[in-house]
Design a protein around this ligand. Structure first.
Ligand code: FUB
Length: 364
């Protein structure tokens, strides 16, 4: 009888603790200021371009670390002069938000000179990989990778950029079969338009192809090698088509790709979301495999306060979240702060446009 009681008590305790763990739900933090839906995740430093991941039962956010460098704002992003990365993390209920010490500094990377722009991270084979863009000594953006035993770093960079890499905004998607794919690219300051002939054209356009009726410049992707350090195949362009199967055109500023490609998978469908840059939107397109083609579906996020709109998506428990940034703390486009909000997929798989900024001075 005594042992039956003991088993019953242990069972009840297990059910209780499991219930507590399961119900530790991440809730977005609502802003008392009616202009903004959410509050900044951290206020100690400026952070932007958040890539969120669930590692070891904790949410890690790989973000740009914005600083005031005095760079004059221009169309090439001269005002974004970041030099290091601090990983952010929090428990899955949103508590214990931590700004970790610098995980990688531009001084640690032999080939990199400047501009630590939007990063991402991935976990495979017991190691954490930080993917980042930086300008090399010739002022050309390349992608680097750095490795750590811990999700927050410190990260040890590879001595050279990833072979065949260029432009900005790397993000890594690991499919259900364990295959890892890197997506990247950004026009204007991200230099993607200067690679259209296959090699970097230092005298190329500052913005796009300049041909309004031509297909827009496309994001790039490649499968990663099993060690996660290099491209396993030639870089490919990812087609983004309208619902009639026609390419989105350069002049279609509300729908064409600008920067920040990000992939998530929902119900077996691949969602490519991206920023439209100078129209300040996040858009999404869907496909049936990691290579595309992807069909444009609609808006993911309406304009935030500040020029840039850059994001990631993550499922925590049963709920999907959009991590994004705006400029609530500073009011300056180059000094941003990370936030997050929940969203859902509709029954037909579509996503209703998210709105997180209700003020009127968003486009500075
Ligand atoms: O943070 C610098 C750049 O601004 C990013 O790489 C772009 O995506 C934009 O958010």
């Amino acid at each position: 009888m005594k042992s039956i009681c003991t088993i019953a008590i242990l069972y009840a305790l297990t059910v209780f603790f499991t219930a507590c763990t399961t119900h530790a739900q991440l809730n977005e933090s609502l802003n008392p200021n009616p202009d903004f839906k959410n509050t900044p995740l951290v206020t100690e430093i400026y952070t932007a371009d958040p890539s969120a991941h669930l590692f070891n039962g904790r949410i890690y956010i790989y973000a740009s670390h914005d600083i005031e460098s005095g760079g004059i704002e221009d169309d090439s992003g001269n005002h974004f002069n970041m030099i290091d990365y601090n990983v952010l993390s929090m428990d899955t209920d949103g508590s214990n938000v931590t700004v970790h010490p610098v995980g990688l500094s531009v001084d640690d990377v032999a080939w990199a000179e400047s501009k630590f722009w939007a990063p991402d991270a991935a976990y495979k084979n017991g190691k954490y990989y930080l993917y980042f863009p930086a300008k090399d000594k010739d002022n050309v953006f390349r992608l680097g990778v750095a490795v750590s035993e811990n999700p927050e770093g410190p990260f040890v960079p590879q001595p050279e950029p990833m072979k065949g890499s260029y432009s900005i905004d790397p993000s890594v998607f690991i499919d259900d079969d364990g295959s890892a794919y890197i997506y990247f690219g950004g026009i204007w300051g991200g230099q993607l338009q200067r690679w259209e002939e296959g090699a970097y054209d230092a005298n190329g356009s500052l913005k796009d192809s300049g041909i309004p009726n031509s297909p827009a410049i496309l994001p790039r992707m490649a499968k990663l090698t099993d060690d996660m350090l290099e491209f396993e195949e030639e870089v490919k362009s990812i087609e983004i088509l309208d619902k009639s199967g026609n390419p989105i055109l350069t002049k279609d500023l509300d729908r064409r790709f600008f920067e920040a490609p990000w992939i998530h998978k929902y119900n077996g469908v691949y969602y490519l979301s991206y920023s439209t840059g100078d129209t300040h939107l996040l858009a999404y397109a869907t496909g049936d495999n990691p290579y595309g083609p992807f069909t444009y579906q609609g808006l993911l996020n309406e304009p935030v306060q500040g020029w840039t709109n850059h994001h990631s998506t993550i499922k925590v428990g049963d709920q999907w979240f959009l991590f994004y940034h705006d400029t609530e703390i500073s009011g300056k486009t180059h000094l941003r702060n990370v936030k997050f909000t929940s969203f859902n997929h509709n029954k037909d798989g579509s996503i209703s446009p998210i709105k997180t900024y209700f003020g009127s001075d968003w486009r500075f």
